[in-house]
Write a protein that binds this ligand. Structure first.
Ligand SMILES: *[C@@H]1O[C@H](CO)[C@@H](O)[C@H](O)[C@H]1NC(C)=O
Ligand SMILES: *[C@@H]1O[C@H](CO)[C@@H](O)[C@H](O)[C@H]1NC(C)=O
Ligand SMILES: *[C@@H]1O[C@H](CO)[C@@H](O)[C@H](O)[C@H]1NC(C)=O
Ligand SMILES: *[C@@H]1O[C@H](CO)[C@@H](O)[C@H](O)[C@H]1NC(C)=O
Ligand SMILES: *[C@@H]1O[C@H](CO)[C@@H](O)[C@H](O)[C@H]1NC(C)=O
Ligand SMILES: *[C@@H]1O[C@H](CO)[C@@H](O)[C@H](O)[C@H]1NC(C)=O
Ligand SMILES: *[C@@H]1O[C@H](CO)[C@@H](O)[C@H](O)[C@H]1NC(C)=O
Ligand SMILES: *[C@@H]1O[C@H](CO)[C@@H](O)[C@H](O)[C@H]1NC(C)=O
Ligand SMILES: *[C@@H]1O[C@H](CO)[C@@H](O)[C@H](O)[C@H]1NC(C)=O
Ligand SMILES: *[C@@H]1O[C@H](CO)[C@@H](O)[C@H](O)[C@H]1NC(C)=O
Ligand SMILES: *[C@@H]1O[C@H](CO)[C@@H](O)[C@H](O)[C@H]1NC(C)=O
Ligand SMILES: *[C@@H]1O[C@H](CO)[C@@H](O)[C@H](O)[C@H]1NC(C)=O
Length: 354
């Protein structure tokens, strides 16, 4: 009995020790990779700030700001497969974004930002199927947006603001059915906006400003009923503003300035209580046409009044012909005469009453 207990105890103990050793090995292997980013030598990087490890010895969270030294993201980072949160930023970040990050399939938050990074956007990132938030703004990223990003079915936020991305918006982005926030502003993205954008029914914020987009504003934007802001300013968009945008009852801001839009602003959009920006669209009739109508109306009314007073004056003068004031009135301009007639009237009435 005692013997059996001892063997059992030994077994439990050895499993625990083996687990501990394996955890130590995991930590050492993963720390070897992360040490390059930290610019340190540490066998247990889990003690460093910005690093969180699981009890079985895997790095699960990285939150690093690289300043005062230079480091690039090592390709082996793709081996830290338990990682679910990755935030790396700083002016010390150099090199490019390794495609191996696409192996980190447990990631649900990815943030990389460094103005000295220059890279393309690796298509392997389309494999990060658990990804929720994706920030790669201000990174000097060049070339096109890979269509594989359309596979990120859990994505709620995609922010690629302020890079040098070119080419067109991939049709496949229309598959991101959970997307709420899309920021592609300040790039060099060209061509027409794909109609599949109209399938992003959860979208609340979209900013495509400061690109070189062409073609029309699609009526499909009117299907995005959760939209709160739509920024399309500083592009080369042409054609009319679709009245379907008037269906966007949650819309707060619509920015269409600095394009080549034509036609007039649909009345359904004017009815919405939104911040509407439409300046610098040379061919677009803004509400100025309404103001112009009011001005024309007011000018006509003024003319009518002047005309009627001239006629009234003429008749009044005719009636007074031969009266005592005739000589006096001949030397007075019409305007003064108009005032004077009333003065005369009151004088007359004032004379008659007593
Ligand atoms: C990364 O993982 C692969 C496959 O598991 C392995 O062969 C390789 O040695 C690892 N590299 C590093 C630097 O840990
Ligand atoms: C990691 O990614 C690279 C490049 O994307 C790939 O060649 C490699 O096979 C991947 N490694 C593993 C272990 O999946
Ligand atoms: C951005 O990338 C280009 C090459 O694509 C490079 O010439 C330029 O120096 C980079 N800018 C910065 C700030 O690193
Ligand atoms: C990653 O994506 C590429 C193409 O997008 C695919 O060929 C590859 O098999 C994927 N890798 C994994 C591990 O899913
Ligand atoms: C995008 O930019 C790259 C260089 O950064 C260039 O080679 C490529 O032709 C450009 N593509 C388009 C569609 O303009
Ligand atoms: C993604 O979109 C493309 C084009 O819009 C479509 O052909 C494809 O079937 C879609 N993929 C998935 C997985 O829904
Ligand atoms: C944008 O792309 C056009 C060609 O499509 C190119 O001529 C222009 O230099 C690019 N602008 C920037 C800021 O990269
Ligand atoms: C939008 O989604 C519907 C169904 O979900 C699909 O039939 C249609 O092809 C999609 N449109 C585009 C332009 O991707
Ligand atoms: C949209 O992008 C433009 C240009 O980058 C910027 O001026 C504007 O503030 C952005 N709007 C929002 C709501 O972020
Ligand atoms: C957008 O682009 C225009 C012209 O290219 C520029 O004047 C303006 O400053 C840009 N706005 C932002 C926020 O970059
Ligand atoms: C945008 O439109 C302006 C004026 O219409 C034109 O000069 C410019 O070349 C266009 N740019 C692109 C990239 O199409
Ligand atoms: C959207 O607007 C268009 C034109 O303004 C209208 O014909 C259509 O019925 C509206 N659709 C919905 C779903 O409200």
């Amino acid at each position: 009995m005692k013997m059996k207990m001892k063997i059992l105890f030994f077994h439990i103990n050895s499993i625990f020790i083996l687990k501990f050793i394996s955890a130590q090995n995991n930590i050492k292997n993963e720390c070897d990779i992360v040490n390059k980013l930290l610019n340190i030598q540490s066998n247990n990087c889990c003690l460093e700030s910005g690093i969180v490890c699981s009890s079985d010895g895997h790095i699960i969270k990285l939150q690093l700001i690289i300043e005062n030294y230079y480091a690039s993201i090592p390709p082996e980072i793709g081996n830290i497969t338990y990682l679910n949160f990755m935030y790396i930023s700083g002016n010390g970040l150099i090199g490019h974004i390794p495609p191996e990050i696409g192996n980190l399939t447990n990631l649900n938050y990815l943030f990389i930002q460094g103005k000295h990074l220059s890279s393309v956007l690796p298509f392997e990132l389309g494999n990060l199927s658990k990804l929720n938030e994706f920030y790669l703004y201000g990174n000097n990223l060049s070339n096109f947006i890979p269509s594989e990003l359309g596979k990120l079915s859990n994505l709620e936020l995609l922010n690629l603001l302020n890079n040098k991305l070119n080419g067109s918006i991939p049709v496949e982005l229309g598959n991101l059915s959970n997307l709420k926030n899309l920021q592609l502003n300040k790039n060099n993205i060209s061509d027409d906006i794909p109609s599949s954008i109209g399938n992003l029914s959860n979208l609340e914020y979209i900013n495509l400003s400061n690109n070189t987009l062409t073609g029309p504003i699609l009526p499909e934007f009117g299907k995005l009923t959760n939209l709160k802001s739509l920024y399309l300013s500083y592009n080369n968009l042409t054609g009319p503003i679709p009245p379907e945008l008037g269906n966007l009852s949650k819309l707060e801001t619509l920015s269409l300035s600095n394009n080549n839009l034509s036609g007039s602003i649909p009345k359904d959009i004017k009815k919405l209580k939104i911040n509407l920006y439409t300046s610098n669209n040379p061919l677009l009739d803004t509400e100025n046409s309404y103001t112009a109508l009011i001005i024309i109306l007011m000018v006509s009314i003024s003319f009518a009044i002047i005309l009627f007073s001239i006629i009234y004056l003429k008749i009044f003068r005719k009636n007074k012909k031969g009266g005592k004031n005739t000589y006096y009135n001949n030397h007075i301009s019409t305007k003064q005469a108009y005032v004077n007639t009333f003065a005369d009237d009151s004088m007359i009435s004032g004379c008659e009453i007593p």
